[in-house]
Design a protein around this ligand. Structure first.
Ligand SMILES: [Zn+2]
Length: 132
């Protein structure tokens, strides 16, 4: 998931960016010695809140925040911090992150986790939104 960003100028314009650190992918592989930072571009504040709620529902994301469109233009040296391995998330490359409740582990209230039509037999609140 995501495309590596070498420089903030590669970011698509957006109303909001949702920032987070992937604790699982930080420090090794492509992000050896660095913090693997995801930057999700969002067209609306509502999208940003969905992405943030999805990040919070996962155990591998930390330092989650919603930032204004001007956030990166204020960076010193007009560049990412040196310890960042920045990755871009968009509706195109990470569609699931923009779906309300996509990573929720909350039990389906209709079947209490047993699985039913409402939850596609997953037993979880998924793609239903409104629970973020
Ligand atoms: Zn159900």
């Amino acid at each position: 998931m995501g495309d590596h960003l070498k420089h903030p100028s590669e970011l698509p314009s957006a109303t909001r960016y949702v920032l987070m650190q992937d604790t699982f992918l930080s420090g090794w592989g492509e992000a050896e010695g660095k913090d693997c930072m995801y930057i999700f571009a969002c067209d609306t504040y509502a999208d940003a809140e969905i992405v943030k709620a999805n990040a919070e529902a996962r155990e591998d994301q930390t330092r989650i925040s919603i930032q204004p469109s001007t956030f990166f233009s204020d960076f010193p040296n007009d560049d990412f911090p040196e310890n960042w391995h920045a990755m871009l998330g968009t509706q195109e490359n990470s569609a699931r992150w923009y779906e309300p409740g996509a990573f929720s582990t909350e039990r389906c209230p209709d079947c209490e986790g047993e699985g039913c039509e409402e939850c596609d037999d997953t037993g979880r609140v998924e793609k239903k939104g409104a629970r973020a």
